[in-house]
Design a protein around this ligand. Structure first.
Ligand SMILES: NC(=O)c1ccc[n+]([C@@H]2O[C@H](COP(=O)([O-])OP(=O)(O)OC[C@H]3O[C@@H](n4cnc5c(N)ncnc54)[C@H](O)[C@@H]3O)[C@@H](O)[C@H]2O)c1
Length: 338
């Protein structure tokens, strides 16, 4: 599998760009397919081939997938909150885009398909106990419904095509380079609010609990998945540890502006109360061990944004949906090989 050609969709985004960098470092030839509706061309690592296109376009995907042995499908509209109103656009990219990719996998060289799914596929949980992969999948947001439906198509169609398939259900991912929007990535949002002299705004009572996983652990899970001889699997990717949104807000106030107190606003529909990963399955099957500890890593993330390098992603002050119409497929492509 070394030096295999790999396709990373969404490789200008937060997780996709970290993944592309790691794959290049391991000696793979990396092609990135991304529409640049979020993220930035500068995020695309030097050395990767870059096709500016849309995962919903057969022409774009067929071009990008040519010769690829492995596909990491990261491209998505990632706002759970926005998916409540923008359910059509959400499903169009996250569900139909995935189907288009699967369709293009047939009669290709692809041997393994790794799909970036989400904790949003699960039913809400009354307790902050970790949930395993067989926990009820009853999503409470359109985003979760589209991810779950896409998962099922991934498993069934790749099986018919004789392609390996891993579904990785990421929990709340944080780290340097997260694309800022007012909706995605509570740690990034709070850091930005505090650095701008504002109080972190907690939606609801703040006692909702999350499993915050550093992007380096998400990348490690993807690399393990790629290298694993196991053909198929659905895995949670998190840490197994519960942290409340209040705890995060207080921690960040202490680190950035100890005079500041979090403020509260109304809770939003479609958000889970408790979302903690049971990671025993991925640990046993792939040897995954989360290595990043939140209290240690948070300082690095604060520094990243303090230095202003956090402005790598598109900065969105207003609801981003109107800005997120796809860029025409013909509008550009490039090659960032040195
Ligand atoms: N960040 C998290 O906490 C988290 C949690 C669970 C799952 N995920 C999943 O991980 C993946 C990566 O998320 P991220 O946080 O890096 O998001 P991101 O917004 O930073 O990156 C997503 C990328 O996908 C691209 N994209 C969107 N629609 C596209 C389309 N139609 N065609 C081509 N490219 C398109 C965007 O331009 C962007 O560069 C997504 O599938 C997301 O659903 C993320």
């Amino acid at each position: 599998m070394m030096n295999d050609k790999v396709l990373v969709t969404g490789g200008a985004g937060f997780i996709g760009s970290h993944l592309a960098r790691a794959l290049l470092a391991e000696g793979h030839a990396v092609t990135i397919l991304v529409d640049l509706s979020m993220g930035k061309e500068e995020n695309i690592p030097v050395g990767a081939s870059f096709i500016q296109g849309d995962v919903r376009s057969q022409e774009d995907v067929r071009r990008a997938i040519l010769g690829a042995g492995i596909v990491f499908h990261e491209a998505a509209r990632v706002s759970i909150r926005a998916s409540v109103k923008e359910f059509y656009e959400d499903a169009d990219t996250n569900f139909m885009g995935t189907l288009n990719l699967l369709k293009c996998c047939s009669k290709s060289d692809v041997r393994k398909f790794v799909f970036a799914s989400s904790m949003a596929v699960y039913a809400d949980s009354a307790s902050p106990n970790p949930i395993a992969e067989d926990y009820t999948t009853e999503p409470i947001s359109p985003y979760g419904i589209a991810k779950l439906a896409a998962e099922k198509y991934c498993m069934q169609l790749t099986s018919e095509m004789g392609i390996g398939c891993h579904i990785l259900r990421y929990f709340n991912t944080y780290g340097p380079g997260q694309t800022y929007t007012p909706y995605v990535g509570v740690i990034t949002i709070f850091i930005r609010q505090l650095l701008q002299g504002q109080s972190p705004r907690v939606f609801g009572d703040g006692e909702q609990r999350r499993d915050f996983v550093h992007v380096s652990d998400i990348i490690a899970a993807n690399l393990l998945s790629m290298k694993s001889p196991l053909a198929r699997g659905i895995f949670n990717v998190g840490t197994g540890k519960a942290t409340s949104v209040n705890d995060i807000a207080s921690l960040l106030c202490r680190r950035i502006d100890p005079q500041c107190q979090p403020c509260h606003a109304d809770a939003h529909p479609g958000e889970l109360r408790n979302s903690i990963a049971d990671i025993r399955s991925i640990s046993a099957a792939l040897g995954y061990r989360p290595a990043a500890a939140l209290p240690e890593k948070i300082g690095e993330v604060i520094e990243f944004y303090r230095k202003g390098t956090g402005n790598r992603g598109k900065q969105v002050e207003e609801p981003p949906e109107r800005d997120r119409s796809p860029i025409p497929a013909s509008s550009g492509s490039g090659n960032r090989r040195p």
